[in-house]
Design a protein around this ligand. Structure first.
Ligand code: HEM
Length: 424
């Protein structure tokens, strides 16, 4: 979901033993698929990835543990069901995608990093429950500006400037977002929920989004206004940033693939499953967060005998785990959308996590894996493949006169600029 730090500490339990520091909490690294699966599911391993980003992240779902997490997850799971994803993908998203891309088609060019974030933000706003009452481009740009600050807030650990000043800026923006977007969204939903309770409106009149679910269940799981605000801001960025980063990387990987395999060029417009496979392969090789991270709340022994001390920070290194040749083949390091995998190996590896915090938006973002016997008409492709497909349907290609650049303001490998043109 959100980018976490690159694994930099390679101290193993054996190293600690040798160094005579067995009881001092240290970072321990997990590079085996099976161990990582067990860690994701272990009840005594607690989220550690967002400790530095608490202005946005302190009590959002991904940071809760045990009963508190279970209660929030059970509630939000009510929205994140396959029928909702189908409804989004077939009923709501096509118009949003069409409206977002229209001005760029008019000029014949776009910059993928900001376009991808706008597109995915527009889709994530719908899921989170952030309305745009004015519906103007200026309003969208203001929301995008908030989103960019929230991303910096959640990923403060990698920020290369003054972290305290950035945290203060994030809080200020959160309050401005609250006044401009959240309060009106809450007021609209509260009125609709009251109308349904009084029989003046039907269930179908309620928006299908996270904010509505949380407001309707305040009696069961009460949340302070600040908590609600963080959860909605988190959904906006969890939905938008991960998907936008994946979108950009899938586009880049496909450009490179078809340059090297011209025989596949026709597939980008003729074979929607090819585009979906390129998405899964990209997410495997370049997970939005290259690491999972957990604190050991107790002494832990895994089923293979590996031990973690209470207080250790366990780092799940997805850049290694997702490239295991025993699971993904001898060419596991390479991008290969024609990779054939047995049903029990997920083509995205562990990039959506597993266990209690497994990504709630996985099917929404990347769709379902197409298996033999599935019906193409009813297939859920996912918003990243659908977004990428739209670009290729409009003849999107890298701008031959303006090369992409990396983002220098963060230690993460993001593109900073990626100019493209639409060639018909
Ligand atoms: C390519 C897109 C995405 C990727 C790679 C991704 C990845 C992940 C990962 C790895 C986790 C688990 C984190 C952990 O265990 O530490 C996660 C959790 C989560 N994701 Fe995603 N995500 C994506 C898209 C989305 C979307 C579209 C949404 C929202 C609609 C979303 C909402 C969430 C939420 C709410 C959680 C926390 C779940 C919990 O703690 O119970 N994600 N995601």
């Amino acid at each position: 979901m959100l980018p976490g730090p690159t694994p930099e500490c390679h101290v193993t339990a054996t190293d600690r033993w040798r160094l005579g520091s067995y009881h001092r909490p240290v970072d321990v690294r997990v590079t085996s698929f099976a161990e990582a699966q067990e860690c994701y599911r272990h009840k005594d391993l607690r989220q550690a990835l967002y400790d530095a980003g608490e202005v946005i992240m302190s009590d959002v779902i991904v940071n809760l543990h045990a009963d508190e997490h279970r209660a929030r997850r059970r509630l939000e799971n009510r929205l994140f069901r396959r029928d909702t994803f189908h409804y989004y993908e077939s009923e709501l998203f096509p118009d949003i995608i069409r409206d977002t891309i229209a001005p760029y088609l008019d000029t014949g060019r776009a910059e993928l990093v900001s376009f991808g974030h706008q597109l995915m933000m527009n889709l994530a706003a719908l899921t989170a429950g952030v309305d745009r009452p004015q519906g103007t481009p200026e309003e969208t740009f203001r929301l995008y500006d908030y989103l960019k600050t929230f991303i910096e807030g959640a990923t403060l650990a990698h920020y290369t400037g003054d972290k305290a000043a950035k945290a203060a800026e994030v809080l200020e923006k959160l309050e401005a977002f609250d006044a401009e977007f959240l309060m009106p969204a809450i007021a609209r939903r509260t009125a609709l929920i009251d109308a349904v309770q009084q029989g003046a409106a039907s269930e179908d009149d309620l928006p299908r989004d996270v904010l509505t679910v949380l407001l309707r269940n305040q009696d069961k799981i009460p949340m302070s206004h600040e908590s609600l605000r963080r959860e909605i801001a988190f959904y906006l960025l969890a939905g938008a940033h991960t998907s936008a980063t994946a979108f950009n990387r899938v586009m880049h990987n496909i450009f490179q693939w078809i340059a090297a395999h011209p025989e596949d060029e026709r597939r980008v417009t003729e074979d929607r499953l090819f585009v979906q496979r390129c998405t899964h392969e990209t997410i495997r090789l370049q997970p939005s967060s290259p690491t999972g991270m957990r604190w050991a709340l107790d002494d832990i022994t895994l089923s293979n005998g590996r031990h973690f001390d209470k207080g250790d920070r366990v780092i799940l290194d997805l850049t290694v785990i997702n490239r295991d040749p025993n699971l993904f083949g001898a060419d596991a390091e390479d991008f290969n959308p024609h990779r054939s995998l047995p049903p029990e190996v997920a083509p995205w590896g562990l990039s959506f996590g597993q266990g209690m915090h497994a990504c709630i938006g996985q099917d929404l973002a990347a769709g379902l894996r197409f298996m033999d016997g599935d019906a193409l008409d009813a297939h859920l492709f996912g918003l990243v493949p659908v977004g990428v497909q739209t670009m290729f349907d409009h003849g999107c290609r890298p701008d031959p006169n303006d090369a992409p650049e990396m983002d220098a303001s963060t230690t993460r490998p993001y593109f900073g600029r990626y100019p493209v043109v639409f060639v018909r």
